[in-house]
Design a protein around this ligand. Sequence first.
Ligand SMILES: CC(C)(COP(=O)(O)OP(=O)(O)OC[C@H]1O[C@@H](n2cnc3c(N)ncnc32)[C@H](O)[C@@H]1OP(=O)(O)O)[C@@H](O)C(=O)NCCC(=O)NCCS
Length: 165
Amino acid sequence: MLRDYQPADFDEVLEINQSNVPEVGPLDEEKLALFVRISPCLKVIEIDGDVVGMLIGLTESDTDYRSLNFGWFRERLDRFAYIDRIALAVAARGQGWGPALYEDLESWARSIDRPAMCAEVNTLPPNPRSMRFHLLNGFEEIGRFQPYGPEAEVAMLRKPLHPTP
Ligand SMILES: CC(C)(COP(=O)(O)OP(=O)(O)OC[C@H]1O[C@@H](n2cnc3c(N)ncnc32)[C@H](O)[C@@H]1OP(=O)(O)O)[C@@H](O)C(=O)NCCC(=O)NCCS
C-alpha cells in the first residue's frame, strides 16, 4: 500500500535510499530529518509490513533545502512541485508502484495549485530505466546540468499539469 511516511519508517527509508545510490543522492540521518521536517509530501510503499519504496516531494517554497538541482529549477520556474527522490527496492520495481507514487504526487501538486512537476535524472552516469519511467509518465526534458563538474550530468525534467476539465 501507498501511505504517508510515519516516524517508525526512518531507518527503512534511509536503507532504501542508500541501496539506490548513485541513482539517487546519498542520504544521512541529518538530511532525512530535514526532509521529515519540511517535506509536505513524504510517501512510502509498504508491502507485508516492510517499507519497499519512498518518494520525497517539495515545492519551490521549501527554501530550507539547499540543493544545486532544486536551485536550478527555482531559478527558472515560479511555482512547481519537485520530486527530490523516488526509489523502490529492486523486488518492488516494475509493479506499478512508481506510477502510483507519481499519480499521488500529481494529485497533491494539483491540490496545491502547482502548474508543473519537476525532477532530474542522471545522464552521467546514465539511468536509462528512470529516464524511460519519467518519459512514460509525461515528463519532458527542459535542460541539462552539471552540478558538480563534468563527471556528473543530469537531465532536468518537467511535467506540465494542465487544468483537468
Ligand atoms: C525509477 C523507478 C522509481 C521506476 O519505478 P517502476 O515502477 O519500477 O518502473 P520500471 O522500473 O518498471 O520502469 C519503467 C519503464 O522502464 C523500463 N525499463 C526497465 N529497465 C530498464 C533499463 N535497464 N533500461 C531502460 N528501460 C528500462 C521498463 O520496462 C518500463 O518500461 P515499459 O513500461 O515500457 O516496460 C524505479 O525503477 C527505481 O526505484 N529505480 C532505482 C532508483 C532510481 O533510479 N530513482 C530515480 C532517480 S531519478
